[in-house]
Design a protein around this ligand. Structure first.
Ligand SMILES: [Zn+2]
Length: 240
């Protein structure tokens, strides 16, 4: 099956959105979002409205219904002004998946199991078809830390990691803070992939993803140890 033609088991409905263009880059990322708008019909209405200027490739309802809005071969408009690992046209390089969810503004809560159950097999096929590096399965807040917080600290990255669909949390951490100062930490954070123009926002986004227990935008020994181990694993070729 060619990339972009998903089976009816993975994609349950197609509702075309006019909000897309031509890709300028090959697909190397998946960006996950929440809609911050319920019910799901309202989010769908926005994503197919030509006046909204936004879209995504897929929308997954809380009950696990997957709706395709834009063909994967096209550039959907979901990431906005973004940057990841030096790529600033994230829309051209990514598949965008919106998750029906009230978001931080609407009463932030756990993601529904049925929704994640629908996401996992879809994501598995996308990651395999494009050979997407696991470090490039990321959240909107990772590519736009100063503007976005989705999908946020309650998103179950660990479930995706169980299936090898994103980087797992490092198991063993070296004791002590591996970075001599905040500047060294920020340079490492930039090398990992983040836009560090707004340092506090970048640290906050890193915490949301990797140390959700404390999200305060402050660099501490634990976030330093996590970042150091993530980069070490990548440099050793254990992850990419
Ligand atoms: Zn988003």
């Amino acid at each position: 099956m060619p990339a972009g033609m998903r089976s009816g088991e993975l994609v349950h409905a197609v509702v075309p959105s006019p909000n897309f263009g031509e890709r300028q880059l090959p697909v190397t990322m998946v960006v996950l979002h929440y809609t911050e708008m319920q019910p799901v019909e309202q989010a769908l209405g926005k994503l197919i409205n030509p006046d909204s200027g936004v879209s995504a490739h897929y929308l997954i309802s809380e009950t696990g219904t997957v709706t395709q809005l834009v063909p994967e071969s096209k550039r959907a408009w979901h990431a906005g002004v973004s940057c990841w690992r030096g790529i600033t046209d994230v829309n051209s390089a990514s598949v965008g998946i919106e998750l029906d969810h009230p978001g931080h503004a609407g009463g932030y809560r756990e993601f529904a199991d049925a929704q994640i159950d629908a996401l996992i097999p879809l994501l598995a096929e996308i990651v395999e078809d494009y050979d997407i590096p696991r470090a490039n399965v990321i959240g909107h807040s990772d590519v736009a830390p100063a503007r976005k917080a989705d999908p946020g600290e309650l998103f179950p990255w660990d479930r995706l990691a169980q299936y090898g669909l994103c980087l797992p949390k490092p198991e063993k951490l070296e004791l002590g803070d591996p970075f001599q100062n905040d500047g060294a930490f920020m340079l490492a954070l930039e090398r990992f992939g983040y836009d560090i123009t707004d340092a506090t926002a970048a640290v906050t986004a890193f915490q949301r993803r990797w140390r959700p227990e404390i999200i305060d935008g402050a660099i501490d020994g634990q976030v330093g140890a996590i970042l150091f181990q993530l980069l070490l694993d990548r440099d050793r070729g254990l992850a990419r």
